[in-house]
Design a protein around this ligand. Sequence first.
Ligand SMILES: [Zn+2]
Length: 482
Amino acid sequence: MRIAIAGFSHESNSFYSQPTQLKDFGVCEGAAAIGQYEGTFHEIAGYIAGAEQFGYELYPLLAAVATPGGPVTAAAYEHFVGRILSGLEAAPKLDGVLLALHGAMVAEGFPQADGETVRRVRALMGDLPIAVTHDYHANVPPELVAAADSLIIYKANPHIDQRERGLQAASILTRQIRGEVQPKMALVKPEVLFNIYFHNTSVAPMQPLMQAAIELESQAGILGCSIAGGYQYADVPYMGPSVVVIADGDEERARREAVRLGEQMWASRDQLRASVPGPAEAVRLAVASEETPVCLLDMGDNIGGGSSGDSTFVLEQLLAQEADGWVASVWDAESAQGCFAAGVGGQVQLRVGGKTDDMHGPTLEIAGRVRTLHDGSYEERERRHGGGRYFDQGPTAVVQVGKGLLLLNSERACPNSIHQITCAGIQPEQQRILVAKGAVAPRAAYEPVCPRLIEVASGGATAIDRPADEYRLARKSLYEWR
Ligand SMILES: [Zn+2]
């Protein structure tokens, strides 16, 4: 049995000012993709592990991934889809295809880009079995469910179960190839937006929903049951949560169960109003907290949700309120460079952050002393959001500013690993306030260190209260917008 595997993954924020281009993607071709992912917690690691477990030969095409950002350019989209299709065409006889797609990619011309990708693979491969895995933040459209044989979505947010979901998809695919099962899928789209604030799968309202999905999946005849929280920063027709049930040979049962879970989600609609402090109030709460360190989740500059990483709203408040013992990171290659020029111990006058566009706060005039300089690479061996192991935030400086530490990096880096700051010599447990630019994802890295986490309703490309009239394609019938 020979299975082609490919990954083409991007979470695209329709509201971020910078498009995602070809050069923004990290790409591994052929066998290099195996070297890159084997031994990680990513779903492609699950595909790889499945080869031995389920007895197939891997035919790796490519894995392309970029940090979340603005919509993918047509050139980049066509390039990578073209590579997948030409790789499939050139392949020796295949028995199935495993596709790791994010589920919230927006490409120029194709708002529901992952649906288009699977449609094209289906058109090329005829009735060859195709299994797809998606991120929990997928905005699943009907055309994707129509084109794939099975779709499995991460169940955990922070995403710490990707490897298991990859294995699950591989298991369904190989059983289908052997004629042991007949996956039949149904998709239901509850008419809610389900704000990212409520996406933590460890607490209500998402936890009981996910529990119901897990229980259903344990029943005989059910091959998969997934709930996607959706991704509210993609302005696309099927933005919002999804329920996807795969039943063995029984489309009617899949439909019935998906409707039941969809109704359970709909019943939670009145719990979906978020009341979240803004930067000034959140910093006040953190300063006054007896439990430390406090993690401030900067939701408006959620880099993993496609924001700039150079927002200054929270930093501005830390400085204005003369907070003690804080650590904040800002993506600002120019300022980092200034620190390298000044050297360790050098006094610097910097213009920090707010440079990408006018959505992420003012550029701040900051005076400080360069404390340390680093190459910015780090390794994460624990199970953390995204399942990655090797990271690089580029040349990185730590500047003492007042009673806090400002980390300036040269590449946008999601705070999915605490080693983003420990690699720069910062000891998190000795601090009082740690700012993580994210919503739920940083919890896996920061909860072990911080007894208290406070969400911050800050401005930016991932502001959690974007008004409905800024959307063009999303369904205006969603409950929160009525
Ligand atoms: Zn996600």
